[in-house]
Design a protein around this ligand. Structure first.
Ligand code: F6R
Length: 605
């Protein structure tokens, strides 16, 4: 959470920093701020609210400076007020700091600084940083030395970028929170994530924890905190800058839902062999997989639902697999051994709960694989091997295309594991499964072109609650559909395994609680029976099923999906339900891309 951006180079930095903030707003939108330096001082503008408010505030201010830093905040310490917005400065405003992460020893540092006469203006943990730097700068008069001494006192996680009034440079460091360098032709960027500067450059340097970077208009140095030079290669990212813009869409979420055909094509490309009877998934040397006895998936939120999907697929191959919520996994005493393959599933690769769970797995000696969308992310670097989902950048806070890409990539991984783990047998009916996965992009295209989700969303608007049910592979989809619905509509929504409805949730069912039943082609009679138990209590049932499915004539409304293999039907149902959530939220006037209280990259535990 929180997005940071810095730009150094020739010409005015303002527009580039603001563009960076726009592109990073998915990381938090409680407040925004910018600081500029042009050799004659540091000027700071900041306010609570979204980047748009900052833009309004600075309109006409003629801000200028070739060096700029910016921040968009997801509040942790202190409410989203103007005072708590970043950048934070030292007493005389000559040092400005933006920070993402949490300084765990901030209270102790604040007390110490206070006893030295420092006055604080905000409730944030961040504000100790400019004051600490100021303290050291007064004794050494060297910005880099002051910066490194200050950060050596910080406990917790941080990506931090600092500018000084009289130095033509920005100073950055990372410890547990992301920070990347963008290498432009006549400028450099430091940012939390690549989309911040993708319009200007696709050449990127990923840093390791402990790196200290100094970016000047004509060069960058990277060292350890002790000043030892470190060499970090420049890599090219293959994301298209257009993917980070909204294009003609009102919302990123709709754009991302509708880009699932191409996202999935990218996830699948090159991973299925020509004769459709095996996969080509390039992870681990096969010999290291042979003795795996259990696969444990660790993930949060939507990624957890993709992990549930994958563990169900893997169980079908005879391999023992379980999905764990990463936040619980860290504390659990479920055995993890050297025969365990732990698969971290994380779109951003920066989710603190997932990184914490990975640490536990690594400590116990498990083999560790990360499945992620973000090259160079912390999770990608913490694992023994990485599998990328290739979904392209996702900006809307609600995950959509990355869920589909995760579920498909993980299902192909399941077959790969089945081929190499001793206990594994191939996914049943593999050629048909692989044949069908390749038509998913066109199936989704068909849904997008014909969906009636908007009409249905309007029909059921202002219901008491919305329930989603499914069995086996339909169950994670039901949970995902409910998460999406509550996340962006703020309405009460729940997802259940169909059979569970009668064990309690049925008490909530009334004529004002539509139930969306997901029919995958497996166990459908049972799902229909459970749906009818709700219908008898007055609920409308919406069948998410292919046209002509027996459930259609027995239910009250229908969201059609193309016929496909049961392995993938849930993913098509999910697309209809993503559209349902989107249109319900739109009709309710919600902040679809930036739902209240949330942020996309959750870097706190
Ligand atoms: C929901 C959503 C979140 C994320 C969760 C994990 O739409 O986006 O539930 O799925 O915060 O994020 P990653 O996948 O980045 O680890």
């Amino acid at each position: 959470m929180c997005g940071i951006i810095a730009r150094v180079g020739e010409g005015n930095a303002v527009d580039r920093v603001i563009t960076g903030l726009d592109n990073l707003e998915y990381r938090g939108y409680d407040s925004a701020g910018i600081a500029l330096q042009n050799g004659t001082g540091v000027s700071v503008s900041k306010c609570s609210g979204e980047v748009e408010e900052l833009k309004q505030n600075i309109r006409g201010d003629r801000l200028a400076g070739n060096i700029g830093i910016g921040h968009t905040r997801w509040s942790t310490h202190g409410p989203p007020t103007d005072e708590n917005a970043h950048p934070h400065t030292n007493g005389d405003g000559t040092i400005a700091v933006v920070h993402n992460g949490i300084i765990e020893n901030h209270a102790e540092l604040r007390e110490r600084l206070r006893s030295q006469g420092v006055e604080f203006e905000s409730d944030t943990d961040t504000e100790v940083i400019p004051h600490l730097i100021d303290h050291y700068y007064a004794t050494c008069d060297d910005p880099k030395v002051a910066f490194t001494r200050a950060i050596s006192e910080l406990e917790g996680s941080y990506a931090v970028v600092v500018m000084f009034e009289d130095y033509d440079a920005v100073y950055g460091a990372r410890q547990g929170s992301p920070l990347v360098l963008g290498v432009g032709d006549d400028q450099y960027f430091l940012a939390s994530d690549v989309p911040a500067f993708l319009e200007y450059t696709d050449r990127v340097v990923y840093f390791e924890d402990g790196d200290v970077v100094v970016a000047r208009p004509h060069g960058v140095t990277v060292t350890t905190a002790d000043g030892e030079p470190v060499n970090r290669p420049i890599e090219s990212v293959d994301w298209d800058p257009e993917e980070t813009g909204k294009g003609a869409y009102d919302h990123y979420m709709l754009k991302e839902i509708e880009s699932q055909p191409s996202a999935l094509s990218n996830s699948i490309r090159g991973r299925i062999n020509d004769s459709n009877d095996g996969v080509d998934v390039d992870v681990f040397d096969p010999s290291t997989l042979a003795d795996v006895r259990e696969v444990q998936f660790i993930a949060c939120g939507t990624s957890y639902h993709a992990a549930m999907y994958a563990s169900t697929v893997l169980n079908r191959t005879g391999i023992r697999a379980r999905a764990f919520r990463a936040s619980e996994y860290q504390l659990s005493s479920d055995p993890v051994t050297t025969d365990t393959l732990v698969v971290a599933v994380t779109q951003s690769g920066e989710t603190a709960d997932t990184l914490g769970a990975m640490e536990r797995a690594a400590d116990e000696g498990a083999k560790l694989l990360t499945v992620t969308n973000v090259v160079g992310s912390s999770a990608a670097r913490a694992a023994d091997d990485t599998l990328f989902i290739h979904a392209g950048p996702e900006i809307g806070v609600a995950a959509t295309k990355t869920f589909s890409s995760q579920a498909v990539t993980l299902s192909l991984l399941a077959q790969h594991l089945a081929e190499h783990i001793e206990d594994g047998t191939p996914v049943p009916n593999l050629p048909a499964v692989l044949d069908a996965v390749q038509t998913l992009p066109s199936d989704i295209e068909q849904i997008i072109n014909t969906t009636r989700a908007a009409a249905l969303a309007n029909h059921y608007l202002n219901s008491e609650a919305y329930f989603f049910i499914g069995r086996e592979l339909g169950h994670p989809v039901a949970q995902e559909a409910a998460l999406k619905f509550k996340e962006i509509t703020y309405e009460h929504a729940e997802g259940f395994a169909s059979g569970e409805l009668k064990h309690g949730p049925l008490a909530l069912v009334t004529p004002r609680t539509p139930v969306f039943a997901i029919f995958t082609g497996l166990h459908d009679e049972k799902t229909l029976k459970n749906a009818k138990e709700a219908q008898t209590r007055g609920a409308d049932i919406v069948a998410v099923a292919p046209a002509g499915h027996p459930a259609v004539s027995e239910t009250d409304a229908h969201l059609p999906i193309p016929d496909t293999h049961p392995m993938w039907a849930g993913l098509l149902a999910n697309v209809q339900l993503q559209l349902l959530s989107y249109h319900a939220a739109d009709a309710l006037g919600r902040s679809i891309d930036k739902p209240r209280n949330l942020a996309k990259s959750v870097t706190v535990e």
